[in-house]
Design a binder for this molecule. Structure first.
Ligand code: C5P
Length: 223
């Protein structure tokens, strides 16, 4: 009898507008794996801090985080962060959040709160019967799941990434976010050793998904 496929964790990291979300969503639907967008976690916390008028400073943010009840809602193949029982809406993509998120994401209490929460998503996926987890972000292959079965790092030229973001109608300084995310002290954006590096500048989304899907398939049923 065939042994059951192992539970697979796929880590997809990359800079702003590198194609992570579209790739992760398509992969998750194909296998099907649980999809987790960790950028949305940092955005949701940022939106909440802005709503409460809290500045991006460790002590103040640490105190506010201690009072936030974080939960998870699994919906349409994705795990969504709940704050006090509510999944934040489109406000997490606002220009104000785009401008502030990298400042909040650099703070130790924010990263510490989300580290355990994000690792816990593997159990959420298992308990909902998924064969695996696709988690996208900046530090998934380096910090959250360094032992993931597959770690991918997506690159694209800055001009192409700016075009993609403009097509989505978003106002977003992606170069500035990348600069802040790459230069911070805790869990900086970096391509970890051993990750598979894909430059998507001249590839369609379907091409990128096909490449990563082939890597996933090889790990699910090794020869
Ligand atoms: O992926 P997205 O562009 O929505 O991420 C928004 C911001 O959240 C990033 O610019 C970064 O500051 C932060 N982030 C992070 N670590 C992750 C995912 C996102 O610091 N794993």
């Amino acid at each position: 009898m065939d042994s059951p496929s192992p539970f697979l964790i796929v880590a997809i990291d990359g800079g702003a507008a590198s194609g992570k979300s579209s790739t992760a969503r398509a992969l998750a639907a194909r296998f099907p794996f649980l999809h987790v967008d960790t950028g949305a976690h940092y955005r949701a916390i940022t939106a909440e801090m802005l709503r409460q008028g809290i500045p991006p400073e460790e002590a103040a943010v640490g105190r506010a985080l201690a009072d936030l009840a974080l939960g998870t809602r699994v919906q349409d193949g994705a795990a969504l962060l709940e704050i006090a029982g509510r999944v934040p809406g489109e406000e997490i993509r606002s220009p104000a959040v785009n401008a502030a998120v990298s400042h909040f994401a650099a703070l130790r209490p924010v990263r510490a709160a989300l580290l355990q929460y994000q690792r816990g998503q593997a159990e959420v996926a298992r308990s909902h019967g998924f064969r695996g987890l696709v988690m996208e972000g900046r530090d998934i292959g380096s910090v959250i799941f360094p032992d993931a079965g597959l770690r991918v790092f997506l690159h694209a030229d800055p001009e192409e990434r700016a075009r993609r973001r403009a097509r989505e109608g978003q106002q977003d300084s992606i170069a500035e976010r990348d600069r802040l995310d790459s230069s911070r002290q805790h869990a900086p954006l970096t391509c970890p050793a051993g990750a598979i590096d894909i430059n998507s500048t001249h590839l369609s989304l379907d091409d990128v998904v096909a490449r990563v899907a082939a890597l996933v398939a090889a790990r699910l049923s090794p020869p």
